[in-house]
Design a protein around this ligand. Structure first.
Ligand code: TRP
Ligand code: ZN
Length: 886
């Protein structure tokens, strides 16, 4: 939202209050005359009373700080002063038949720093309308259930903006007066205004032809800053793969003659799925070996796919209201995760998706900002583009599919596409399709959308040597969350395997299997508070591998001994649980060390763990990227979450460091050998196998250096100097960044000199320095906010420096002095004057403040209170501060 005010936050919007609009908009004709500071917009709306609305009701259109110039109804001028304010246009008694409303507004895109509505990024005119940005362009019924056919004419200086784009297909273009030209775009698919987009600028383009399965010829184009065209090819490849995948897996084809992507450098989020004209944060488009890491490539592939997949899940079928946001976001994240799994290693994709879920969504669900996947109420919708809506939303679809099976899932999706195409739908509409395709009552399953908090599943197992049975008892409970004390059980799929002491899989035999999926896939349903499963013909005491592939999005509490975990780590045929066993064992060791350190004792170490880890790394051949995941020990934030309350981030940091240093020392030789063996002289290729080898090699160096500082620094420095791709360069620099050597500062300097012209690389440089776990990092970060390359108005810079410090450096952010909290709160306030959405995201770093030990908790609270006491807060920042403190 835009307007800053001294008054309290706006009244909350409630799902229960939904009612259809009183008027519908059939067509929208827009005419833009682009100008840096005085753009003129004429909007001509064909309206009619909504048969589902209240007859004779006034027409109230939303505006967002608009400057109206004139308005007319059926060509008769209206008295502007009587009908329009900057935030609203009201027609008290509109005709009860179709009518036309024409309004002209004037905008200043150059002074728009909120990056919502029409703004300029590096001179390019562009728009961002989701969720409620269209009202900052013209008066409208700015809500997703109002779907209209848009025709857009854009006129601009030919020199300043040779490229003029909008939604749909190009219809006409030509000259219009001295130095000016125009283009007309028509989008035949009715859509809500949040999917509107317009771009005008002097951009460089790459193009490609695509023919859909049914023979439609589509011109694909990606437009980037001039001179960066050669960095757009990987994004184009990803787009083509995504288009083919959606045809093949979901039977969905593209539906226009052109598909345009524009990359801009000022963008609040990742990207936006505007119909036929996706607009991207350029960090999710631009990549060549010298500038982007393997992780950047993977992100590009998944974000390009995500936005493309929205064409069906989001655009053709949209949301009835913003409470249904997960209808498009959860489903589309699920689809992009599956796509990436098919392009790369399924196991590694699952592990990194779960890592992300645990890192971002679990803390949200366990803290004061917890909310349902479908909220019942919100004050500021922009604050609900959260890990819960996106990532937990995706997990719900994955669980649904595991419960009803592949065939019923795809039959349900086909039904959904058929029944709701061109409509604005709800979660009930969506679930209804799967109830029908599976013949199952999904009433209980729907609770996943209505109940916040992460369920805990407790598992115990008893072996009966005489009867040769193994009895597994599962029980579930969900802790209370703000405003929701009573929690009911949720239906969840738990994938199970049994492993013998010899490491071999034991077949699952039951007297009465509940359904064929249990027998065939080992997927068991836990629907009520508890369930007991008796397995027969179990020869020896097994170890249960529970929640394989992370089939249910829960916290698993299973009593496993260290021997059990070592067995799973070595033998589990499910790669996710093999990885999980290593994580659990490492986490257990480090949590015990954390307690020891707080008690003034020595941290723990386990040779057995380290040796098992070395074995796993050396067996990397089938999937080196998986081995690299094994090497990555739980993060400090992972440990803080597992500890839960009375968290001491400094003790956690020391405990983790002790384990890493110990592993690095004990495994020195083996790590070095592996590092050398993985060396490759082949030219860079971003494919998954090559990326996996680089990831593993860099992980070996990282662990080695943790245990061998001076030697490690030397190897890292030499890798840094020789690297011909950004992955190896950053791998080396990030190892150096954790070593307090003079080589570090020199490497940082030379990196800056080499890349100071490239903002996306300077972001990496900012982030690395912000995450150095040393006491003087805060003063370093403060210094960096003063360098020329930093700009509070550019979201990528703010996330790279301040976001990385607040979320990626728990040791320094949580410094006992409280200065880390003060700094981040101050920066959020500073950002709030420029871009409230960015400010609100920064402040969300406080989401786990209540779990801290008493001293830090008091200091964090103080920082949050100071924010709330500030006058002129945006609704966005106020909403986060208020909920965090509630
Ligand atoms: N719909 C976008 C996506 O997930 C998200 C998005 C892009 C967004 N820009 C935004 C959400 C600005 C809110 C505000 O693909
Ligand atoms: Zn999305």
């Amino acid at each position: 939202m835009s307007a800053h005010s001294d008054s309290a936050a706006p009244a909350p919007v409630r799902l229960a209050d939904y009612r259809p609009t009183d008027y519908l908009i059939d067509t929208v004709d827009l005419d833009f005359r682009l100008d840096a500071t005085a753009t003129r917009v004429v909007s001509r709306l064909r309206l009619r009373p909504n048969p589902a609305g209240r007859a004779g009701a006034p027409l109230v259109l939303d505006g967002g700080g608009l400057k109206p110039l004139r308005a007319s109804l059926d060509n008769l001028p209206l008295d502007l002063a009587a009908v329009a304010t900057p935030d609203r246009l009201t027609i008290a008694e509109p005709p009860q038949r179709p009518f036309t409303l024409e309004v002209e507004t004037e905008l200043d895109p150059s002074s728009n720093t909120q990056l919502e509505g029409l703004y300029r990024s590096n001179g390019t005119f562009c728009t961002q309308c989701e969720a409620e940005g269209f009202r900052r362009i013209t008066y409208y019924l700015d809500r997703p259930d109002v779907m209209a056919v848009f025709t857009t004419r854009v006129e601009a200086s030919k020199e300043e903006a040779p490229i003029l784009l909008s939604n749909g297909n190009p219809v006409e273009s030509g000259a219009s007066g001295p130095g000016r030209h125009y283009a007309i775009w028509h989008d035949p698919h009715p859509k809500p205004c949040y999917l509107f987009a317009l771009v005008g600028g002097d951009l460089g383009s790459i193009e490609e032809d695509f023919t859909t399965t049914s023979g439609r010829k589509v011109k694909l184009a990606i437009h980037v800053e001039k001179g960066k065209e050669h960095r757009a090819h990987y994004a184009m490849e990803s787009l083509v793969h995504a288009m083919r995948w959606d045809e093949f897996v979901y039977g969905r084809e593209y539906d226009l003659d052109v598909f345009n992507i524009v990359a801009v450098s000022d963008f609040t989020m990742g990207a936006m799925e505007n119909k036929g004209l996706n607009i991207f944060n350029d960090k999710y488009i631009l990549a060549i070996a010298e500038t982007a890491t393997d992780a950047d490539y993977a992100h590009i592939e998944s974000v390009v796919a995500h936005e493309y997949f929205h064409n069906w899940t989001g655009n053709r079928i949209t949301c009835r209201d913003w409470f249904q946001l997960c209808l498009k976001e959860g489903l589309t994240v699920y689809r992009d995760q599956e796509f990436s799994g098919d392009q790369r290693s399924r196991a590694v994709q699952r592990i990194s998706d779960v890592r992300a879920l645990r890192a971002a969504q679990f803390p949200e669900d366990a803290g004061p900002l917890a909310h349902n996947v479908r909220p019942d109420t919100y004050c500021e919708i922009n604050n609900f583009y959260t890990a819960t809506i996106y990532e937990k939303g995706a997990e719900i679809i994955r669980m649904l599919r595991a419960l009803i099976g592949h065939d019923a899932y795809h039959a349900g999706m086909a039904l959904y596409f058929e029944r709701f195409d061109g409509k604005a739908a709800t979660i009930e509409d969506f679930l209804g399709c799967f109830a029908e395709s599976s013949g199952r009552d999904l009433g209980d399953f729907a609770r996943w959308y209505a109940q916040a908090g992460t369920p805990r599943v407790h598992v115990t197992g008893v072996f009966d040597a005489q009867a040769k049975t193994y009895t597994l008892r599962l029980s579930q409970s969900t802790p209370p969350t703000p405003g929701q004390t009573e929690k009911k059980p949720l239906p969840m799929p738990i994938r199970i395997g049994l492993i013998g002491r010899d490491g071999a899989e034991i077949p699952l035999v039951q007297d009465h299997a509940h359904n064929w999926r249990e027998e065939k896939f080992g997927v068991f349903e836990l629907a009520g508070p508890e369930r007991t499963i008796v397995f027969k013909d179990v020869p020896t005491p097994p170890v249960a591998s529970v929640n394989r592939r992370f089939s249910a999005a829960v916290i698993l509490e299973q009593e496993l001994s260290e021997d059990d975990l070592l067995l799973l780590m070595a033998h589990d045929s499910d790669p996710f649980n093999k990885w999980q066993a290593a994580q659990s064992l490492a986490s257990r060791l480090m949590i015990r060390s954390t307690a020891a350190i707080r008690a003034g004792e020595m941290p723990e170490f386990s040779d057995l763990f380290a040796l098992a880890l070395a074995d796993a790394l050396e067996h990397y051949e089938t999937d080196p990227a998986f081995a690299a995941q094994m090497a990555a020990l739980p993060t400090e934030n992972d440990l803080a979450r597992d500890i839960g309350t009375d968290v001491d981030p400094e003790a956690i940091f020391l405990a983790r460091k002790a384990l890493r240093d110990g592993v690095g020392r004990l495994l020195s030789q083996r790590l070095l050998t592996l590092y050398d063996k993985l060396q490759s002289d082949a030219p860079y290729s971003p494919d998954a196998a090559s990326a996996g080898r680089r990831a593993l090699r860099n992980a070996c160096l990282d662990l080695y250096a943790a245990g061998n500082h001076s030697d490690g620094a030397e190897i890292a420095l030499s890798q840094f100097q020789r690297a011909t791709n950004m992955t190896d360069k950053m791998g080396a620099l990030s190892v150096l960044s954790r070593l307090p050597t003079p080589a570090r500062e020199k490497a940082m300097e030379s990196f800056y000199r080499a890349h100071c012209d490239e903002p996306l690389i300077i972001d990496k440089w900012f982030s690395l320095q912000a995450t150095i776990p040393e006491p003087d990092t805060l003063s370093r970060v403060k210094r960096l906010t003063k360098v020329h390359a930093f700009n509070i108005a550019t979201p990528n810079r703010v996330y790279a420096l301040i976001g990385a410090f607040a979320n990626g450096n728990p040791y320094c952010f949580n410094d006992v002095s409280g200065e880390g909290y003060q700094f981040v709160a101050d920066l959020a306030l500073q950002a709030d004057g420029v871009n409230p959405q960015v400010a609100a995201r920064l402040l969300s770093a406080f989401r786990s403040w209540r779990n801290l030990e008493a001293g830090r908790r008091a200091l964090a609270e103080q920082a949050l209170r100071k924010v709330l006491e500030t006058t002129k807060l945006s609704p966005d920042l106020r909403d986060i501060a208020q909920r965090a403190l509630a």
